[in-house]
Design a protein. Sequence first.
Lengths: 68, 371
Amino acid sequence: MKNLKLKAARAAMDMSQQDLADKVGVSRQTINSIEKGDYNPTIRLCIAICKVLGKTLDELFWDNEEDA
Amino acid sequence: MKKQSSTTFISIIMILALVLLVVLVSSVRTNQDQKVSFTSKVYVRDIPANSPIDSEGHVMPSLVDLDLPAEIVDPENEFWHIDCNDGTCVVSNIASTYFEPVGKKATFTLETSGQENISTVFSITRTGEKNDGLILEMEDGQLVLHGERLFCASVADNNTFSVTLDTLDDSKFYIDLVPSATEHMTPGEYDIHYTITIHVDTPAISMTTLGIAGAFLLFAVALILMTIKDSKDYDERQQAKRGQAAMISFIVSIVCCFAIGIISKTASEFPLSIYEATFIPTIVGVITFAMIADINDAFVGYNGCRAKYIFFAWFMTIIAVLSALVPHVKSKQGDLSRSALLFAACFGAFAVEMTIKTIKDRKGAQEDEES
């Protein structure tokens, strides 16, 4: 399942996948995999992404049924 | 971090155990002598009148003229040897004893007992490399052993004779025994009993083995430390994918080993040298790991430079292709051209995969920028 919330939050901050990857300390492909829903990140990586994007875990990673 | 330290510790313990095993195996002294005992029937006959004489002046009577039992006179029977001396012919059929020693020196001991007037010509012949097929051939009605005669002596009845020879790696040794009359004898049938003992002397610990084990230990420890240090350059997804790639490549290597083992058992002529048989699973496993890791964006760390790996892969491919094209490059371990071609194929596949992957990644990054 695609993580559109993450993609939207990143785009809102005018960041590319590479920019976010560099700030979080992962590869661009890892961010791409998370956005495409191919990879489930650990809680540690989720927190790091949230901190960079200024969001909470719920805002980026909580799966609301109405969003699905 | 704690988990990493324990993994390092366990890895080092395993390598030390492996090296210890290598040293122990190499230090085992081969003390078990090989002993072959048998009794051979010899037929003693007077030299028939009008027997032909060969170019060297030896009397060469035929089996038919020697009044021997019917089964011996059978022309299909090739294994009878006739030795004529002092008016007496001794007819025997002792087959060559074949031996491939593993060690530095081998001591061959022959004990004879049976008939006091019959001595035995004890000879040892080397036939070169293990793969050599030349052994026995019929020449002018006589069985001839081809190879380098290392030693030949006459051993009298009730005597023991020993000779120590260098094993000369990759050699086959054939021990031949030919009974011969030392003086004129009454015609009849006699039983001669032989005991051949072979003792192979292997040094307690080979310095070469110790050196190889030490170098291997250093290399393995350095490799593990480097891998642990490098693992910090991979993010969590990459580490997981590298783990999967390692597991798959390990299985591929094991399958290769099994396949080679089955081929070696079933094929009439095993097409690979030992060097190739060990090299193929290793290189196939390494390249499988590299390709699977790279397909999952996990071969190069997230701060690493792909360009140097692509350059390295193409460089290795070109070097391997060039060395494969050099004609008649052969070594003791096998055909180097064939190994180089395999090396080129593996690195070529990896280089192509990395290049395609890089082009696709650039497109993906561009699409991300545009979105």
